[in-house]
Design a binder for this molecule. Structure first.
Ligand SMILES: [Cu+2]
Length: 127
């Protein structure tokens, strides 16, 4: 009985110190991940109901934006400034991924669908 009374606090101490070791390992692993993994985000824009959703996305250079056509008709993504294609024509279910460059002349990249020019969206860049 005396032995048991001694053992219980000891095992609690063992469990709590084990937990603190595990927690500190998790924190240091998190720091390692931040240093070694790229910070680039992946964003998705759904094309649905003749709209880009969301139609204004905040991105950083190096992020990946993927447009996914969920409509029953083809759509595409054209740069509004130079009227050049960013994506190929996307049939139903097709998607296109774009690596966002550093915007030089503007903080936004406005785009539209060449088949349906009233469909517009933009990528806004944080500096
Ligand atoms: Cu379209």
């Amino acid at each position: 009985m005396k032995n048991f009374q001694f053992r219980k606090p000891f095992s609690l101490l063992l469990v709590s110190s084990l937990l603190s070791v595990m927690t500190s390992y998790a924190l240091s692993q998190d720091k390692v991940d931040k240093l070694t993994k790229p910070v680039h985000k992946h964003h998705q824009v759904q094309i649905t109901g003749f709209e880009f959703v969301p139609n204004n996305l905040t991105v950083k250079a190096g992020d990946i934006v993927t447009w996914v056509n969920k409509d029953v008709v083809p759509h595409n993504v054209y740069d509004s400034a130079d009227k050049k294609a960013i994506s190929p024509d996307l049939a139903t279910g097709e998607s296109f991924s774009y690596s966002v460059p550093a915007f030089k002349t503007s903080t936004t990249l406005d785009y539209f669908c060449s088949f349906h020019p009233s469909m517009m969206g933009k990528l806004s860049q944080q500096r």
